[in-house]
Ligand binder design. Sequence first.
Ligand code: F6R
Length: 240
Amino acid sequence: MKVIVGTKEEVVRKAAQRYVELLNRKPEAVLGLATGSTPLDLYAELARLCAEGKLSFAKAKSFNLDEYIGLEGTHDQSYRYFMDHNLFEHIDIRPENTHVPSGFVKDDAEAELYDAEIAAAGGVDLQLLGIGNNGHIGFNEPLTPFTSLTHIVKLTESTREANKRFFNSIDEVPTHAVTMGIHTVMLAKSIILMAFGTGKAEIIKATVEGRPTISVPASLLQLHEDVEVYLDHDAASLLS
Ligand code: F6R
């Protein structure tokens, strides 16, 4: 793992340059994308570079990590809605080239078709990841098998509780989500993991310096040959 530390602004600018290099070299690149608060500044920077003509997504394809089960893309808490509003509407990607897992798959066999779609597009060139406080990547919580493909997960009560602030009541918070699996993520040619703030410092230490274990899903990224970890000084503060 290559670790890049700086102010949030600095590392966001550096990460954005990865997209400039990749899309200049390979305009039809396949991008793996994430939701959450972590990628927001990067998405704003990509939109800015696109508006300035330094970056084009016109031929690119994207595949998002995850989606809630049962939420239409028009629901303001769906990850499709998040992506449309925070990135896709601000860059020149073609809407038909953007993919978010369907929140209406009925079982894992249907969910796995997403892996086939990614493979048919040529595989992910650059996968962007945030990290949960417990080391989850996508919705792959601790102990998710290393071999997992895109699958349905039952959300823990603590995750539902944490997300209830975005809904009218806990009853409206979805009980399940669909997520790329660990294996799906590991198939990406290159991976960027980003984390900001002291709240992520402990899990970043376990991810970067601990031994790889399914108890900390992100630590398994040590087994991938091309991973860059972009951290602000707070998230990096416990690294030796
Ligand atoms: C988002 C995702 C999650 C988040 C993680 C961190 O698509 O799959 O794994 O990356 O929960 O969330 P934030 O960025 O909000 O701290």
